[in-house]
Ligand binder design. Structure first.
Ligand SMILES: N=c1c2ncn([C@@H]3O[C@H](COP(=O)(O)OP(=O)(O)OP(=O)(O)O)[C@@H](O)[C@H]3O)c2ncn1[C@@H]1O[C@H](COP(=O)(O)O)[C@@H](O)[C@H]1O
Length: 104
């Protein structure tokens, strides 16, 4: 396995850690947590936030600064993760779908 593949593996691992944190937030609803706020508001608010972050990513992509695209993409991925957890859809299912597509 080359060094980039090893790094990518660590980063994917991080997404699974975030998924576990979000599942806990949804269950425990700790005070002071932004994710708690979203889970308490429910799917409409979560979907709305995902849409906003998608638009912000699109706007950032029109600018020259890569840092803005990276920042907005991170917001987008986080809100997508919250939406998946709200719907009880494991991250694994999304990766499996991508793997199936890669074999076509
Ligand atoms: N990765 C993230 C993450 N990315 C973005 N955000 C939040 O997403 C929000 C996006 O900013 P906006 O201005 O669009 O939203 P806002 O004005 O704060 O909120 P709204 O009133 O619009 O709903 C910010 O408040 C960010 O803090 C995140 N909040 C939490 N996480 C991770 O989620 C985990 C749990 O965090 P908590 O739930 O805060 O404990 C931790 O590992 C965090 O690192």
């Amino acid at each position: 396995m080359n060094v980039f593949k090893r790094m990518a593996k660590q980063e994917i691992e991080f997404l699974y850690d975030l998924e576990r944190v979000l599942i806990d937030r949804k269950k425990d609803l700790p005070k002071g947590s932004y994710s708690t706020r979203l889970f308490k508001k429910g799917i409409d608010k979560i979907a709305q936030k995902l849409g906003e972050e998608a638009i912000e990513t699109i706007i950032a992509s029109k600018n020259k600064k890569d840092s803005e695209v990276i920042y907005e993409s991170a917001d987008l991925i986080y809100h997508l993760m919250v939406l998946l957890v709200e719907r009880n859809i494991p991250l694994d299912s999304v990766f499996q779908e991508l793997i199936v597509r890669s074999k076509k």
